[in-house]
Write a protein that binds this ligand. Structure first.
Ligand SMILES: [Zn+2]
Length: 315
C-alpha cells in the first residue's frame, strides 16, 4: 500500500529545495531548519490563500486536524502525566513573517529547549511557535471545545529528537511531532506576549524577519499545565502529514484586544505587492474525527471544561 507519507515525500522534498533556493538567493540565513515546509500553520482562506493552491495540497487521511473537542466524549486517561517543558530562552533566534502567520524560531540543533511527559514517551525539541487568529474576536482558533471558538490559538511545534535527527525527517513520520495548542481569549493584557507584539511592526510584510532573542515560550502557557486533551492528528498546513501528537491545553491564556489588533496589522502580502491583504483568518477548517479518541488528563465532569476561573461551562 502506498502510504500518504510515501506519496508526500517527493513533494515535500521538492518544496523544501525550492525554499532553500529562495533562502540562498534572498536571505542571509543559510538553510532554515524549521520552516514553512510544514512547521508553520496557515490559514483559513482555504480557497483563497495561495498556500492552499500549491502542489502540497493533497487529500488528507483519517487523522487530520484541527477538530472540535467534544468534552463529554473525551476519555479520562489517568496514565497521562503532567507536561514537562524545559525551554532555554537563549535558543530563541528570530521572528519571521512567512505570508501566512509569523513564526518565532528556535535553534533546534541541541537539546536545550525540550518537551517531554504528558502523553509523550520520547523527548521533543522546540523548533518554532506561531498563532492562528480571526479578523475579529468571535473566531480564529483552529481547535474548538464543544464548538466554542476562541479568537486565537498558539501552536508550539516540537519534533522527536530521540527518534529523528531533523525536523524535516520527523515531520513525515509517525510520532514525529508534538504540538501544544493554547487558546487565547480576550481579557487582561498579557505581559509576556507584549515583547512579541512590540516586534511585529518590523515584520509587517511577507518574507520579512528580524532578530528576536531571549524569549521564554513557557510564559505563554497557562498557569495550569496539567489539564489538557490529547489526540493523534496532523499538521494544519501543507503537507498536512499525520505525524502530530496534539496536546491542547484546557485553560486559555488572556490577551488584550489591542494585542490581537497588532496581529491583525500584519500582511499576507510582500511589500511590493499592489494589493495588500491583512493577515487574518489564517486557520484551517475543521476536520472529521473519524473514530479517533480524544483523551483528557483531567476528569471532564468534575471541572468546568473551559472557564479559567474554575466555574462550570454551561450550555
Ligand atoms: Zn498552527
Amino acid at each position: 500500500m502506498v502510504t500518504l507519507s510515501a506519496m508526500l515525500r517527493p513533494l515535500v522534498t521538492q518544496f523544501h529545495q525550492q525554499l532553500v533556493r529562495q533562502a540562498r538567493s534572498h536571505r542571509i540565513t543559510p538553510v532554515r531548519r524549521c520552516n514553512l515546509t510544514a512547521c508553520s500553520s496557515k490559514y483559513v482562506l482555504s480557497s483563497v490563500h495561495p498556500m492552499w493552491k500549491g502542489p502540497l495540497v493533497v487529500p488528507g487521511g483519517d487523522r487530520q486536524s484541527p477538530i472540535d473537542i467534544v468534552v463529554r466524549k473525551s476519555v479520562l486517561d489517568s496514565e497521562l502525566k503532567p507536561l514537562v517543558h524545559k525551554y532555554d530562552p537563549k535558543t530563541c533566534q528570530q521572528i519571521y513573517n512567512n505570508g501566512y502567520s509569523f513564526l518565532v524560531e528556535y535553534d533546534d540543533t541541541t537539546d536545550k529547549s525540550m518537551l517531554s511527559g504528558g502523553p509523550l514517551r520520547d523527548k521533543f525539541r522546540l523548533c518554532q511557535f506561531h498563532f492562528h487568529w480571526g479578523e475579529n474576536n468571535d473566531w480564529g482558533s483552529e481547535h474548538t471545545v464543544d464548538k466554542r471558538l476562541f479568537p486565537a490559538e498558539l501552536h508550539l511545534v516540537h519534533w522527536n529528537s530521540d527518534k529523528y535527527s531533523l525536523f524535516e525527517e520527523a515531520v513525515m513520520e509517525d510520532n514525529g511531532l508534538a504540538v501544544i495548542g493554547v487558546f487565547l481569549k480576550i481579557g487582561k493584557r498579557h505581559e509576556g506576549l507584549q515583547k512579541l507584539v512590540d516586534a511585529l511592526p518590523a515584520i509587517r510584510h511577507k518574507g520579512s524577519e528580524v532578530e528576536f532573542t531571549h524569549f521564554d515560550p513557557g510564559c505563554l502557557l497557562p498557569a495550569c499545565n496539567d489539564d489538557y486533551w490529547t489526540y493523534h492528528g496532523s499538521l494544519t498546513t501543507p503537507p498536512l502529514t499525520e505525524s502530530v501528537t496534539w496536546i491542547v491545553m484546557k485553560q486559555p491564556i488572556e490577551v488584550s484586544h489591542d494585542q490581537l489588533a497588532v496581529f491583525r496589522s500584519l500582511q499576507f502580502t510582500s511589500v511590493d505587492e499592489d494589493v495588500q491583504k491583512s493577515m487574518v483568518n489564517n486557520f484551517r477548517v475543521q476536520q472529521p474525527l473519524r473514530g479517533r479518541t480524544v483523551r483528557s488528563s483531567f476528569t471532564p465532569f468534575l471541572q468546568g471544561p473551559l472557564n479559567a476561573d474554575g466555574s462550570k461551562h454551561s450550555h
